[in-house]
Design a protein around this ligand. Structure first.
Ligand SMILES: Nc1nc2c(ncn2[C@@H]2O[C@H](COP(=O)(O)OP(=O)(O)O)[C@@H](OP(=O)(O)OP(=O)(O)O)[C@H]2O)c(=O)[nH]1
Ligand SMILES: [Mn+2]
Length: 179
């Protein structure tokens, strides 16, 4: 087996263990790990990305925000580059929600190319997930607001990956949201 395959299996296993008790917000309570795996898969399968550190960061992208994982732990196990990309896509959970959302819009244009790729794929996955089913407790208005906010973030990520941006553009168009 190639060393990159070994590395990706180590990474997905680490993420699966960290997210083991988490579920998505859908009625079926899908295992949370489906999301980071799907984000990495969008990057490789649809975005044509072969940069293994980007694919690893995609698998790990919600571990620091949503589990007990620290950036130092990621750095020790997966190296500085992977840890730095995850850091860049991690919201500061100490901030109030509206402030976190505002900072994503503000920070998006200044992220590294690698972090922009992960952010594009994360938004693409989550918007498709919203089209698939509405999270428990979300109104139609809240879903629409998520699309409007996501478009503001994606605006700052443009010029990064034409294929992913084309898919996102189409989803916004279907909702009547200007990109
Ligand atoms: N569409 C969808 N999203 C779900 C579901 N279950 C969990 N999520 C997560 O919920 C987040 C979006 O919900 P919000 O209410 O806006 O954010 P919050 O969880 O951070 O408070 C996303 O976090 P994130 O990946 O960190 O991205 P971001 O939206 O914070 O950028 C997404 O992954 C689900 O069933 N459907
Ligand atoms: Mn995510």
């Amino acid at each position: 087996m190639s060393s990159e395959a070994v590395i990706l299996l180590e990474t997905v296993n680490f993420a699966a263990e960290k997210h083991r008790n988490q579920r998505r917000k859908d009625a079926e309570q899908t295992p949370y790990i489906n999301h980071p795996i799907g984000v990495a898969r969008i990057l490789s399968h649809e975005g044509g990305i072969t940069d293994i550190e980007v694919l690893q960061a995609a698998l790990l992208h919600d571990t620091v925000e949503d589990t007990d994982t620290s950036i130092g732990e990621l750095q020790a196990i997966f190296g500085q580059t992977v840890a730095r990309i995850v850091q860049e896509v991690t919201d500061d959970k100490a901030l109030p929600k509206h402030e976190r959302k505002r900072q994503q819009v503000e920070h998006a244009p200044h992220a590294s190319h690698q972090a922009k790729l992960v952010k594009l794929a994360d938004k693409l996955y989550n918007l498709r997930d919203l089209n698939r089913c509405t999270p428990t407790g979300w109104s139609a208005e809240r879903v629409q607001e998520y699309f409007v906010w996501a478009a503001q973030v994606v605006r700052g990520l443009r010029g990064t990956n034409p294929a992913l941006e084309r898919h996102l553009e189409e989803l916004f168009k279907q909702r009547g949201v200007e990109l």
